[in-house]
Write a protein that binds this ligand. Structure first.
Ligand SMILES: Cc1cc2nc3c(=O)[nH]c(=O)nc-3n(C[C@H](O)[C@H](O)[C@H](O)COP(=O)(O)OP(=O)(O)OC[C@H]3O[C@@H](n4cnc5c(N)ncnc54)[C@H](O)[C@@H]3O)c2cc1C
Ligand SMILES: NC(=O)c1ccc[n+]([C@@H]2O[C@H](COP(=O)([O-])OP(=O)(O)OC[C@H]3O[C@@H](n4cnc5c(N)ncnc54)[C@H](OP(=O)(O)O)[C@@H]3O)[C@@H](O)[C@H]2O)c1
Ligand SMILES: Cc1cc2nc3c(=O)[nH]c(=O)nc-3n(C[C@H](O)[C@H](O)[C@H](O)COP(=O)(O)O)c2cc1C
Length: 799
C-alpha cells in the first residue's frame, strides 16, 4: 500500500509517498496512517508519524496546527509549511491520549491543497469499508503493510537521525524539491534588509484574528513619525521571525507586539508559528528592545494569556523590555486601555532612545486615492470579493477566508414560536463545493452592510457612490498595497469592505476633525479624541454607551464632511461572523446548518440598531429554484470535538444559541448508534426564556430523547416563573448524574454566552466536584484544569 501523491499547496508543490490508505479529491486529501509514535506528550498530544518515502526518504510528523504547539521543534524545519496545512480529522476527539489511540490507524485530512495527481505504481486499493467511510476503527493493517511500514520506518529513522539533521533547510521528497517558505516578499532576512534600506527602525508585529490588534499595530507604526522614527506594521506569518535577533543591528530599533488571545489562551492563527518558535526558546534576543500590548477580554478564563506569555518569554530570551506590558480588555473599553498605554509608552521610548516628540500632530494619510474614469473595464472592478477578482462569478475550490464559497441558502426558517425575538435555522448547500466540516466546527459568513446606512453615508458626504476608485499605499515598499481590494466603487467598499456599524475609534474621530467646518463639531471631535479624563469620559458616554457608529457621528456633527476616500482608509475592515455549525456531516454531508439569533436593539438615544450579519441573513429566504440567495462562507476548524469513542459519556450545557454545536453532536451520536455502536450517557442541559417561545429544536430533541440517542435532557426556563431558573441551577439538581459521568471519564461541553453563563456553569461544576468528590477548592480547580488539559472539559463561547 505504498503510493505517491503529488500535492500542491499555496506555497509549494511536492510529492510524497505514504504508508496507509488514501482518498482524495481536488482539494482534500484523506490519509489513514498508522500511529507508530502515537503521542509524545502522553495524555495530551496527538502526534502521528507518517512515513514519507521518495528520493531522500524522510519522516513527516503530522499534527494539527494546534498540537504543533506541543510537538518537538524539529517538525517544522522538516516539512515547514505542509504541517500547517494538515489537520487530523475529527471523527474523534481532537485531543487524543495514547490510551485512546490503542495502536489504531488514524485518519488525517489535508485541506486547502490541490491534489495534482496520484501515481499508482504500487498502490493497493483500500478495502471497501475504508473507501466508504475512511473508518478508523477497522483493523486496516495487513502483514504486507506491517512489512512495508517497517521498511519505511527504518529508512525514515535513518533519514531523520543521520541525514535529516544536515538537511533542515532543503528537503527532497520524491521528484520535487521542498524548501522552506520563502515566497513572501517580506521574508525574514527581507524584513531586516527592508527595514535597513527604507530607514525604518520600528517594527510592530500583530497577532490578530478580527483586526483589532492589526489596527492598533498600524496606529503605533504611524505614531513613529511623531518621534522622528520610522515604523511598519508586520504580520508575523509573513516574515521569518527567526531573524528577529538581527533587529539589534539597526540603531535605535525596537519591536512592538500587539497580541490578541483566543480560545484557551491560544494565539491567533497568524501568530501560531511565532508562538511555537518562542516556546521552543532556542534563540538569543540580546540587544533587541521590545514592548507588548496584549488584547483580550476579561469574560474569558484565559485573560490576555498570549500578551503575558510573549512579554515574559521575550525577556527570558534576553530581549530588553522598554515599557511595561499593556493589557486591553475588550469587554470594557479596549480603545481606552490602548490609548492610555500608548500615552505612557511613547515618553518611555523617548527616554530610552533619547529622542523627542516633534510636536507635529497632523494626520498623515497612508493611502492616496486614484479615481478611475469610464475607461476602466467593469470586469476589473472588485464587487465584494474577499481577495480574488471575479471569484464570485468564477468559483474555484479550495475555499477559505480569501476565497469564500458562495453558498446557496436552501432553508431559512424561524425557530422561535413566539415572543418578540427571532432565531434563524439556516442551511447552506455545499454540494459540489468540496467544503468539508465536522460537528463542532465554525462557519464564517461574510456579511454585507445595511444598504440604507450605505446610502445615508453617500448623502451625508454628498458623493456619488458609483465612483470607481483605488486607494494606493503611499509607501511603495509596504507589503499591503491597498486597505481593501481595489479598484472598487464607494458603494462596494461601504457595503462589503469596511465596518460602518461599530463604535469609531478615537484615531478616526481625530483624523476627521479637521474636516468639520463648525467650531462646535470640531470641539466635540477634539474632546472625544483627547486622552484627558474629560475626553475619555465623553468618548465612553457619547460613543460607547450611546452606541454611536460612524453614520450617527456624521449625522450628529453635520458640518464634518470628510472626503469619503479618507474615511474609507480610516474605518476598520468589515469582519466575517462566525457561527457554531449546528449539523453533523454524518447526517448532512451536503449542507451546513447554523442557528443564529437576530441582533436588534434600540440605543440609549433612541436609534434602532441591527446586527450586520443577522439582519442581512434574515432577508435571505429562498423562494423557488430561480430565487436562491447566496452567501460567502468558509469553514473554520475548531477544537470542540466529541470524544473519540461514542461509548464515552458526555454532558452538554448550551442555553439559547449555545445549543447549536450540540445539535451536531447529537446527530453524530445518533449516527454512531444507528451504526451499531454503543453510546455512553448523552446528557443535555438546555436553557431558554419560555417553553412556548424559544425552546428551539424542541421536536427534534424530544425525538432524540425518545429514541435514546439523548439519555437525559434537562431544560431551564428562565422566565416561566417569577424566579429565574438557569442551566446551572438544574445542574445542581442533577449533581449525582454529573458527578457519576465525570468519574466515569466523561466529557463536559459548554457553549453560548461567555460573559455570565460560562463562568457560572464552571462555578457550579466546581461546587459539584467539591461536594460530591469531597475535594477542597484547590483540588477542584486542579480537577477542572486536568479535564481541560485532557480535552474532557471544553468551551465554545462568545460574548
Ligand atoms: C466562535 C463563535 C461562535 C458563534 N456562534 C454563534 C451561533 O451559533 N449563533 C449565534 O447566533 N451567534 C454566534 N456567534 C456570534 C456571531 O458571530 C455574531 O457575533 C452575531 O451573530 C452578531 O452578529 P451581527 O453581525 O448580526 O451583529 P453585529 O453587527 O456584530 O452587532 C453585534 C454588536 O452589537 C452590539 N449590541 C448587541 N446588542 C446590543 C444592545 N442590546 N445594546 C447595545 N449594543 C448591542 C454589541 O456591540 C455587539 O457586539 C458566535 C461567535 C463566535 C466568536
Ligand atoms: N455578540 C453578539 O452580538 C451576540 C449575538 C447573539 C448572542 N450573543 C450572546 O450569546 C448568548 C446566547 O444568546 P441567545 O440569544 O441564544 O440566548 P438567550 O436567549 O439570551 O439566553 C438563553 C437563556 O440563558 C439564560 N441566561 C441568562 N444569563 C444566564 C446565566 N448567567 N447563566 C445561565 N443562563 C443564563 C437566559 O435567561 P434570561 O434572559 O431570562 O436571563 C435564557 O433563558 C447571549 O447571552 C449573548 O451574550 C452575542
Ligand atoms: C471566540 C473568542 C475567543 C476569545 N478568547 C479569549 C481568551 O481566551 N482570552 C482573552 O483574553 N480574550 C479572548 N477573546 C477576546 C479577544 O482576544 C479580543 O476581542 C481581542 O480584542 C481580539 O483582537 P483581534 O480583533 O485583533 O483578533 C476571545 C474572543 C473571541 C471572539
Amino acid at each position: 500500500m505504498l503510493g505517491c501523491l503529488y500535492v500542491e499547496n499555496s506555497i509549494q508543490r511536492f510529492s510524497l509517498q505514504y504508508v496507509g490508505y488514501f482518498s482524495c479529491d481536488s482539494s482534500c486529501l484523506d490519509l489513514v496512517l498508522f500511529p507508530l509514535v502515537p503521542a509524545l506528550d502522553v495524555g495530551y498530544n496527538l502526534l502521528v508519524l507518517c512515513c514519507v518515502r521518495g528520493r531522500g526518504s524522510s519522516l513527516l510528523f503530522v499534527s494539527s496546527s494546534h498540537h504543533l504547539a506541543h510537538s518537538p521543534s524539529y517538525v517544522l524545519p522538516m516539512l515547514p509549511k505542509a504541517c500547517g496545512y494538515v489537520e487530523e480529522t475529527v471523527t474523534y476527539s481532537d485531543v487524543l491520549t495514547t490510551e485512546e489511540l490503542e495502536g489504531k490507524p488514524v485518519k488525517i485530512r489535508c485541506r486547502n491543497m490541490n491534489i495534482l495527481g496520484v501515481s499508482a505504481d504500487s498502490v493497493v486499493p483500500p478495502p471497501a469499508e475504508v473507501v466508504e467511510d475512511m473508518g478508523i476503527s477497522e483493523p486496516l493493517i495487513g502483514t504486507m503493510d506491517i512489512f512495508l511500514l517497517g521498511i519505511s520506518l527504518t529508512i525514515g529513522v535513518y533519514w531523520f537521525f543521520i541525514r535529516g539533521r544536515n538537511e533542515q533547510n532543503s528537503i527532497d521528497i520524491g521528484a520535487l524539491k521542498v524548501t522552506p517558505n520563502t515566497t513572501s516578499s517580506s521574508s525574514s532576512a527581507g524584513l531586516i534588509e527592508k527595514m535597513k534600506t527604507s530607514g525604518r527602525n520600528v517594527v510592530v508585529f500583530y497577532g490578530s484574528q478580527t483586526g483589532t490588534a492589526e489596527e492598533f499595530a498600524g496606529r503605533l507604526a504611524k505614531d513613529c513619525q511623531r518621534y522622528g522614527m520610522k515604523g511598519m506594521a508586520v504580520d508575523p506569518e509573513e516574515v521569518e521571525m527567526e531573524d528577529l535577533p538581527q533587529l539589534s543591528e539597526i540603531e535605535n530599533s525596537m519591536a512592538i507586539f500587539c497580541m490578541a488571545t483566543y480560545g484557551e489562551g491560544d494565539p491567533t492563527d497568524n501568530s501560531q508559528e511565532f508562538y511555537e518558535w518562542l516556546q521552543e526558546g532556542s534563540v538569543d534576543l540580546t540587544g533587541v528592545k521590545y514592548a507588548v500590548f496584549g488584547l483580550g477580554n476579561k469574560t474569558y478564563e484565559h485573560y490576555n494569556e498570549m500578551g503575558v506569555f510573549v512579554d515574559k518569554k521575550l525577556e527570558v530570551l534576553g530581549a530588553e523590555r522598554i515599557f511595561e506590558l499593556g493589557l486591553g480588555d475588550d469587554d470594557a473599553n479596549i480603545e481606552e486601555d490602548f490609548v492610555t498605554w500608548r500615552e505612557k509608552f511613547w515618553p518611555a521610548v523617548c527616554e530610552n532612545f533619547g529622542v523627542e516628540a516633534t510636536g507635529d500632530e497632523s494626520s498623515i494619510r497612508q493611502y492616496s486615492p486614484v479615481f478611475h474614469g469610464e475607461e476602466i473595464l467593469k470586469e476589473k472592478v472588485f464587487s465584494g470579493e474577499a481577495a480574488r477578482l471575479g471569484s464570485f462569478n468564477n468559483q474555484k475550490p479550495p475555499y477559505d477566508a480569501r476565497n469564500p464559497f458562495l453558498a446557496p441558502i436552501q432553508v431559512n426558517r424561524e425557530l422561535h414560536k413566539g415572543g418578540d425575538r427571532s432565531c434563524m435555522h439556516i442551511e447552506f448547500n455545499i454540494t459540489d463545493s468540496k467544503l468539508r466540516y465536522e460537528a463542532g466546527d465554525h462557519v464564517a459568513v461574510y456579511p454585507m452592510n445595511d444598504q440604507g446606512l450605505v446610502e445615508r453615508i453617500g448623502k451625508l458626504l454628498e458623493v456619488d457612490l458609483d465612483t470607481v476608485f483605488s486607494l494606493k499605499n503611499v509607501d511603495e515598499e509596504a507589503s499591503k498595497k491597498h486597505p481593501f481590494p481595489c479598484p472598487t466603487t464607494y458603494r462596494t467598499a461601504l457595503s462589503f469592505y469596511v465596518d460602518i456599524t461599530s463604535n469609531p475609534r478615537t484615531n478616526v474621530l481625530k483624523d476627521i476633525m479637521d474636516y468639520a467646518t463648525e467650531q462646535k463639531d470640531k470641539d466635540q471631535l477634539q474632546l472625544l479624541s483627547s486622552s484627558s479624563p474629560e475626553g475619555r469620559n465623553e468618548y465612553n458616554e457619547w460613543v460607547i454607551k450611546d452606541s454611536r457608529n460612524i453614520v450617527a457621528v456624521l449625522e450628529d456633527l453635520p458640518s464634518c464632511k470628510p472626503p469619503l476616500d479618507h474615511l474609507l482608509e480610516l474605518l476598520p475592515k468589515l469582519q466575517a461572523r462566525y457561527y457554531s455549525i449546528s449539523s453533523s456531516p454524518k447526517l448532512y454531508p451536503n449542507s451546513i446548518h447554523i442557528t443564529a439569533v437576530l441582533v436588534e436593539y434600540t440605543t440609549r438615544v433612541g436609534r434602532k440598531a441591527k446586527g450586520v450579519a443577522t439582519s442581512w441573513l434574515q432577508d435571505k429566504i429562498p423562494n423557488g429554484p430561480d430565487n436562491v440567495p447566496r452567501v460567502p462562507i468558509y469553514v473554520r476548524k475548531s477544537q470542540f470535538r466529541l470524544p473519540f469513542r461514542p461509548s464515552t459519556p458526555v454532558i452538554m450545557v448550551g442555553p439559547g444559541t449555545g445549543l447549536a454545536p450540540f445539535r451536531g453532536f447529537i446527530q453524530e451520536r445518533h449516527h454512531a448508534k444507528e451504526d451499531g455502536k454503543t453510546l455512553g450517557d448523552t446528557v443535555l442541559f438546555f436553557g431558554c426564556r419560555k417553553k412556548d417561545e424559544d425552546f428551539i429544536y424542541q421536536d427534534e430533541l424530544m425525538n432524540y430523547l425518545e429514541n435514546k440517542t439523548l439519555s437525559q435532557m434537562f431544560v431551564a426556563y428562565s422566565r416561566d416563573q417569577e424566579k429565574k431558573v438557569y442551566v446551572q441551577h438544574i445542574m445542581e439538581e442533577h449533581k449525582d448524574t454529573i458527578w457519576k459521568i465525570l468519574e466515569d471519564g466523561g466529557h463536559i461541553y459548554v457553549c453560548g454566552d461567555a460573559r455570565n453563563m460560562a463562568p457560572d456553569v464552571q462555578k457550579m461544576l466546581h461546587t459539584i466536584i467539591c461536594e460530591k468528590g469531597g475535594h477542597s477548592d484547590t483540588e477542584a480547580q486542579d480537577y477542572i484544569k486536568k479535564m481541560q488539559t485532557k480535552g474532557r472539559y471544553a468551551c465554545d463561547v462568545w460574548s
